[in-house]
Design a protein around this ligand. Structure first.
Ligand code: ZN
Length: 330
């Protein structure tokens, strides 16, 4: 994906959020799918990029008083150890967000573990009628870690990566500030243990504009056979879902068993990973479910592995092992 170039003096803000959830069975006076979590804590660590690595230059921590989900969900309580009383002591979300933006400063690059935090931040901003444009690029440190560790293609927890780099444990996990600190230290260690040019190149292909939708899903109609279901959606990935420009095929689509994979490039928006799976519905009819998304490091790894499998075994794929099936669930 096209992204921002990293230059000397650039600021990275590694952040993490904690949020509370609606209580099961409780009636709320609004559609809870529009607010699946209400943010109760923002934690962030600021780094400056210089001399081929990043240097910690500040910490931000803020508790937020929820107004929709004021009773702590048992699962959130178990993970964060927060109580209802803790929740009542926080700042209003708008105030906390303003302070967070101030802390970020001008034109920072956000980073975090997994993709859910920028999405949750935007959901809260939108729900509370605030400007939900972040105008920032985001780097997901999780796939970055998997590229530079021996864990290629696997999704690991922050705890695992902390142990991998022997980051000293000073805080317990699962407070936003502690998790932001740990993610920041993992990020710093990735710089410390690898060639700068390689880290920067992977970063530039795995960061994305927070304000763009990342994934475009479509479902084809019911057909009598799997090949028909594939044919029905064959034309889907000809144009860019963002700007409608013609997509070129970096890796033309190929099919293994019930899934097809392809890598596409838009001249304006960068590379997309496409996957189509044929499924059977309850009536025994076949249909294709297709996803086109901004390619991440995990996707590059997945498609390279699949392509290798295809070249060796053809459309029938490798003799099925448990590992292959797990891959296809991702
Ligand atoms: Zn485009």
């Amino acid at each position: 994906m096209l992204s921002r170039k990293i230059t000397e003096g650039d600021i990275f803000v590694v952040f993490d959020l904690e949020w509370n959830q609606p209580l099961p069975g409780k009636e709320y006076g609004f559609d809870t799918s529009k607010l699946t979590g209400e943010i109760i804590e923002i934690g962030a660590v600021k780094y400056e990029y210089s001399g081929g690595t990043i240097h910690n230059i500040g910490v931000f921590s803020c508790d937020i008083r929820p107004v929709c989900y004021r009773t702590i969900h048992f699962h959130v309580k178990k993970v964060t150890h927060k109580t209802n009383e803790d929740l009542s002591k926080g700042k209003p979300f708008a105030e906390a967000y303003e302070q967070f933006r101030e802390f970020c400063g001008n034109d920072p690059i956000l980073a975090g573990w997994g993709n859910s935090d920028p999405d949750m931040l935007k959901m809260n901003l939108k729900f509370f009628d605030m400007d939900d444009k972040l105008n920032m690029f985001f780097i997901d440190v999780q796939p970055l870690f998997s590229v530079f560790s021996t864990e290629k293609g696997r999704q690991r927890s922050v705890e695992f990566a902390v142990d991998y780099y022997n980051v000293p444990k000073v805080d317990s996990f699962h407070s936003a500030t502690a998790d932001a600190r740990y993610t920041g230290e993992i990020f710093r260690n990735i710089f410390e243990h690898n060639k700068t040019s390689e880290v920067l190149s992977v970063i530039s292909s795995s960061s994305h504009n927070c304000d763009l939708k990342r994934e475009y899903a479509r479902v084809g109609g019911a057909c009598d056979s799997a090949p028909q279901a594939f044919d029905m959606v064959a034309g889907l990935n000809r144009r860019c879902p963002v700007c409608d420009a013609k997509l070129s095929r970096k890796i033309p689509p190929f099919r293994i068993r019930k899934s097809s994979y392809g890598l596409y490039e838009c001249p304006n928006d960068g590379e997309f990973f496409g996957r189509t799976r044929v499924k059977k519905n309850r009536e025994g009819k076949y249909y294709a479910a297709s996803v086109l998304r901004f390619a991440t490091q995990t996707d590059y790894h997945l498609i390279a592995t699949k392509k290798e499998e295809f070249e060796k075994f053809g459309p029938a794929g490798a003799p099925i092992e448990k590992e292959v099936i797990e891959d296809e669930q991702k």
